[in-house]
Design a protein around this ligand. Structure first.
Ligand code: TXA
Ligand code: MG
Length: 348
């Protein structure tokens, strides 16, 4: 494996590698992805192999411009989907959302084009697509064509938000990593299903529900039913660190409430340093207690961008148990808390 920069030469080299059917880890504004050319089934199969990802869990196709969609989605089927959502057809909703949020952390589920290899969509008749905002990755896709890329982590483990995270987890198994700096957003894209008459959020992510609703009106709640997961990736346990996570609602993690014998053997994570310091005035953590903060002043963007890197850090330190405060449940807090719940759940 070779680590590349975002220089013109390195991007050209990575684009050739993709065209040759190799695997390249790519920076995006959400998390790092593990990319293969979207039209090379053997390379795509290797993504599943390297990640140990089950074949029933489909991949997201990443594009650099809308015209590439012609070979990825089926416009005819999209235009024929019946139903209107707040007066808009699914096709008009699609046009409005892409105009507002692409490039950016919004993945849309749309009817799939026939040319697209089946392995990408696990045999579904829909495909997930997004246009990432990272300029190096846009240049790469421009040169190499659309790529399919899941997050660049072994299946079920923490997502990577830096080239180092990818190197540690998958370095030996892949061909190149483009180091494009830390991921600015830090949680994965929001996934919105537009293949049905009523749009529905399948995964909360980098764009808050409120932002989408401001544009297209109220959207239905995420269907969390595990018996019938619409996104195969909507599993209860995911993003799991090695440490055991115990979660507390925002504002409900007080050092005094922890079992006395455990306080110094576990690490505490608070959402906001500023708010935690107010709690510590009345209820200080015992001497020797390790305390971490997801944000300095309670900023959701900052917290999202630090989430996975903090969990990676605790794992590298071999911390066994972490008591962690959730984010306030609004905006990006929905995505942060979704990742925390899944990270805390143990596979049954
Ligand atoms: O921000 C992101 O979305 C990152 C970066 C690399 O772009 N990618 C990412 O990919 O999070 P991944 O594979 O870790 O998550 C993709 C999710 C999975 O839960 C998968 O089940 C769902 O998208 N998905 C893909 N195609 C789908 C489809 N046709 N219908 C429903 N869900 C789909
Ligand atoms: Mg993932």
């Amino acid at each position: 494996m070779t680590v590349l920069s975002t220089s013109q030469n390195d991007i050209a080299l990575a684009a050739k590698a993709l065209r040759d059917g190799l695997l390249v880890a790519i920076p995006t504004e959400t998390v790092y992805g593990l990319a293969a050319s979207a039209f090379k089934p053997l390379a795509l199969a290797r993504i599943f192999e390297v990640k140990k990802r089950p074949f029933f869990d489909p991949l997201i196709v990443h594009i650099s411009k809308r015209s590439q969609l012609k070979k990825i989605i089926d416009y005819k089927v999209l235009k024929s989907i019946k139903g209107s959502h707040n007066g808009l057809s699914p096709y008009l909703t699609f046009k409005k959302l892409t105009a507002a949020f692409w490039p950016g952390p919004l993945t849309l589920i749309l009817p799939k084009a026939r040319e697209l290899p089946e392995i990408i969509s696990s045999g579904l008749n829909t495909v997930a697509v997004r246009l990432p905002a990272h300029t190096a990755t846009q240049k790469l896709i421009k040169a190499a064509g659309p790529v399919a890329a899941p997050s660049a982590n072994p299946f079920g483990y923490l997502s990577p938000t830096s080239a180092k995270h990818v190197e540690r987890q998958l370095g030996k198994k892949i061909d190149y990593i483009i180091d494009g700096g830390p991921s600015q957003i830090g949680v994965e894209s929001t996934i919105l299903d537009l293949s049905v008459s009523e749009p529905c959020i399948l995964r909360p992510g980098g764009i808050g529900r409120e932002e989408i609703e401001a544009l297209i009106g109220p959207i239905s709640q995420i269907d969390r039913s595990e018996e019938n997961p619409k996104a195969p990736g909507q599993l209860k346990s995911h993003y799991a660190p090695h440490a055991r996570l115990f979660l507390y609602e925002y504002g409900k993690l007080f050092p005094a409430l922890l079992p006395a014998e455990m306080t110094t053997s576990v690490d505490l994570v608070f959402f906001s340093r500023k708010e935690a310091e107010k709690i510590f005035l009345k209820d200080p953590p015992p001497a020797g207690q390790k305390v971490h903060f997801l944000s300095e002043h309670g900023d959701l963007r900052e917290a999202a961008s630090r989430l996975f890197s903090l969990l990676h850090k605790l794992d590298n330190l071999k911390i066994k148990e972490v008591y962690m405060e959730k984010a306030p449940p609004e905006g990006l807090g929905e995505a942060i808390n979704d990742r925390l719940l899944k990270a805390a759940a143990k596979e049954s």
